[in-house]
Design a protein around this ligand. Sequence first.
Ligand code: RIB
Ligand code: CA
Length: 313
Amino acid sequence: MKKIIIDTDPGQDDALALMTAFGAKKEIKVLGITCVAGNVPLDLTSVNALKICELSGVYDVPVFRGSPAPLKRNLITAEHVHGKTGLDGTELSVKKKELELMSGVDFILDCAEKYTDEKITICALGPLTNIAKVLKKSPRVKDSLEEIILMGGGFFEGGNITPAAEFNIYVDPEAAKIVLGSGVKITMLPLDVTHKTLVQRDFLERLRVSGKNSAMEAAKLLDFFERYDVEKYGSQGGPLHDPNVIVYLLNPEIYNGKLVNVEIEVNSELTRGMTVVDWWHVTNRKPNAYYVNEVQENKFFETVLNKVLNLEI
Ligand code: RIB
Ligand code: CA
C-alpha cells in the first residue's frame, strides 16, 4: 500500500487525478491533500479540493492550505483554461468537510517524520512551492521521502503557458529548481507524455452513462476543461495531464522514459521556467530525474476509468 500526499491546484485535471487516487483504495492510502495556488488562487484551490473529496464521497482525507504565492514571484493563474472557479463545467458544493488548521507544509514535514519505515511519496500536480518550502525548512527531510512524482515541464513538446515553459514550472521556477536540486528521487510526467493522453470520446461517454454521480460530474468538468486545448491544438481531445501522476504510481510499466539531467531556467524572462532536459547526455550534469515521455494511452484511460468508477457514489 503506497502512502501518498497529493499536492494540488484543482483544476479539472487535478480533480480526475484525486478521484483516480480515491478509487484506488487497495493500492493507495492518501494521507492528505495539500493545496497550492496555481490554476486559481489558494482560496479557490483549497475549497475545490474539499468539493472533490465530497463529490467522491471521501470524508476521511484531511485537506490543508499551502502557499498562496510562489517563492519569489507574483502568482500567475490559468482561469482562461479552468474558468473563474477553477472547476468550471459544473456546480459542486461543500456541505461537511473543512480545511485543517495546520499548514500544508507542516503536514508534509510531520508525515515525513512519522512514516520512516514505509516512506511517503509526494504526488505534485501544481506549482512546486509547497514542496520547495518543505525541503528548505528541513533539508534532512529528503532522506525521509520515497519519491516525488510530479506533473510538470516539457522539452520535445515545448511549453503550454509560453513557447518555452509548462505552467506548473513557469509559475514558480525557483521552487522547481530547489526540488530538482534536492537529491530526492524524482519522476517527471511532462507535456511530452501528457500530450499523448488526449481525452477519448469513449472514455467520456463511459463516465456519462455510468449512472454514478461522481463519474457524471467528472465528465462535465472534462467537457469544460478540454474545450481550450481542443481549440488550441485542433485535436479531438484535450490533454489529461495530472492523472498521469497517479496512474504512473499505480502502473509504472505502461510508461517509459529516461534518467536524465533537468535544469530549470530562472534568469531569462524569455525562457523563464523552461525545463532544459539533457536527453542525449551532452553535458556532464548529473542525472536528477526520471523523465517520462511515453505511455500506453489506452491502458492509461482504462486505469483512470476503472478507478473513478470504483468510487462509491
Ligand atoms: O500544464 C498543466 C498543468 O498546469 C496541470 O497540472 C494543470 O492542472 C495546471 O496546473
Ligand atoms: Ca494541476
